[in-house]
Design a protein around this ligand. Structure first.
Ligand code: ASP
Length: 289
């Protein structure tokens, strides 16, 4: 059995047209369905999915990044392999096209889980990761109806993915430029294991929204722990989003369990997302539940 769910951010708003994102998300899921059918691991598929989302320029991650208040592009990403509990992350990384690949390299090539700032950039350079080129630099999504966002409100489109492979292994990955108008050096939930990203033997979770609230609730791991404690995945995810809402936060999460059950609760206007069920059906949704 295989399954997948990806998100393109919980900052979707009703007055914006997401046809391009909907078509792109469907294409990505179709490509990943073939990869899973061919026996790819959940970790490879999660990374590849996020890399495609970063490369598209359609979301606030990778090429679609938005700058911080000082005009710099500081990107965050993380991933976790549920079967081994290995994890990797980069925070406030500047100058690279695919932060998710840097996060993977941290996991695989260092004894650490996270590298930040200049150290992360030097490491990424050393690993031969592709710098952001002049011609494709920062296809920023600011301006796409986002001008009304006050600083610190929802970013438009963090990306993330949860995957179950044929061997029953779960993995999750998340990548973002963070919330609009963020302060230099601000790090959100996306690169923080347990907050923005989590995968264990039972569940994989990737979050999107006002990261400070997802940090304060340890949202991704909390969802998995509630599942482990006996709640159904949908109830676990919804109750975490409700807790974030009670604190005053906005956003959503995607989650997948080892039985291929998918959940995607959010309390914002919409959350761009697409999925592949164990039966092989593909779905895409932005506003409907
Ligand atoms: N959670 C991300 C952050 O706070 C933003 C988002 O998901 O849109 O950096």
């Amino acid at each position: 059995m295989t399954a997948l769910i990806l998100h393109g951010g919980a900052g979707a708003r009703r007055n914006v047209n997401y046809d391009a994102e909907i078509a792109h998300m469907r294409d990505v899921v179709e490509a990943m369905k073939m990869r899973l059918n061919a026996g790819a691991t959940s970790l490879d598929v999660a990374v590849e999915t996020v890399r495609m989302l970063e490369d598209s320029g359609l979301y606030v991650a990778g090429r679609g990044a938005s700058p911080n208040l000082a005009g710099a592009y500081e990107l965050d990403a993380s991933l976790m392999d549920g079967a081994t509990r290995r994890a990797g992350a980069v925070a406030a990384l500047q100058g690279f096209r695919n932060p998710v690949l840097a996060a993977r390299a941290v996991m695989e090539k260092t004894p650490h889980v996270m590298l930040a700032g200049e150290g992360a950039a030097l490491f990424a350079l050393d690993q031969g990761l592709e710098p952001i080129g002049d011609e494709d630099a920062w296809f920023t999504q600011a301006g796409k109806g986002d001008d009304n966002y006050p600083p610190g409100t929802l970013a438009h489109g963090t990306v993330g993915c949860c995957v179950l492979d044929a061997e029953g292994r779960l993995a999750a990955a998340t990548s973002t430029a963070g919330v609009f108008g963020k302060a230099p050096g601000r790090v959100g939930d996306s690169p923080l294991i347990a907050c923005g990203t989590w995968a264990d033997e039972r569940a994989a979770v990737s979050c999107t929204g006002q990261g400070e609230y997802f940090i304060r609730t340890a949202a991704a791991a909390q969802t998995a722990w509630r599942l482990a404690g006996g709640q159904a995945l949908a109830d676990a995810g919804r109750s975490v989003i409700d807790e974030i809402g009670a604190l005053g936060g906005d956003g959503g999460l995607i989650a997948l369990d080892r039985d291929g059950v998918i959940a995607a609760p959010f309390n914002s206007q919409g959350m761009k997302r697409a999925w592949l069920t164990p039966e092989g059906e593909i779905g895409v949704e932005v506003f409907g539940v």
